[in-house]
Design a protein around this ligand. Sequence first.
Ligand code: SF4
Ligand code: SF4
Length: 300
Amino acid sequence: MKPSSFLYFAAFGVKAILFRRKAPILGTIIVTDKCNLHCKHCSVNNITAVIHPYEQIRQEMRQLYHMGVRILFFCGGETFLWRDGRRTLRDLVTEAKAMGFLIVNVVTNGTFPMDLPEADLILLSLDGDRQHHNEIRGDTYDSIMKNIRGATADNICLYMAINQINKDCIRDVCLTARDAKHVRAVSFNFHTPYPDTAELSLSREEKARCCETIGQMMKEGAPVFNLKSAFPYLIENRFPTPCHQCVVMENGTLSTCGRCIHVPGLCDQCGYFFVAEYTLLFRGNPKIILEMLQTYLKYI
Ligand code: SF4
Ligand code: SF4
């Protein structure tokens, strides 16, 4: 991270903590909900299958920028399916950088070639060892690993959503993050139980065991892009929700925190680690502040 970006985020954090400011800093634009996969745990793919046009997305970027957002995520569906004429995802990332966003990340299922060095991080879903990943995401593990090996930059961060199927695969994904070329780290979430995937959610005890494994892997040197100090809050689901410093834009509609905010009762069972980490940070939790500084400076 550039020192100027660090100072910008530090100043934002101080104001948010001291003055309880709720202005956003992290924004996500859903470029399409079209997806080439139908993962078992997913409730958001191919609802409209519309690929939103470049000008609309540029307008949404401008709106987020003027609201104060400086960390931008492009998300799907599958982001690498995005096209508008000759424009591709790369054009969205370079446009966002030119507009002034300080960190621009892309979320992907990894089934397309990973040639996007312009992105700060490519968050690539890997949901376990070959068997468990394929059970959740179809027969994609080998092609994903091939795309990781063929990536043109070391900007990949694995992204694992832990659920009933893959809860015993944390170690496998940590070792892949540690050993695979082009991979910088791994970031975890617990399954957030939309009504149609509630059976995949983890109990308190299961979450505690998962956090224990992640903590152990951190001790053993695995590059985990999460904050250990947030684990007790995630296990008990006792972090504040929603995250007011995060916004999502989908087809012109702006939501606070996530598009899931519209699902009744879901925030009480939120499994997104970033929500716990950010909300605790902006409440001024000293352990989280310290660990976030160390972790973000290491991986971004
Ligand atoms: S790749 Fe992502 S958007 Fe597509 S089905 Fe899987 S979880 Fe859903
Ligand atoms: S479930 Fe609620 S708190 Fe969690 S990401 Fe969605 S909107 Fe945010």
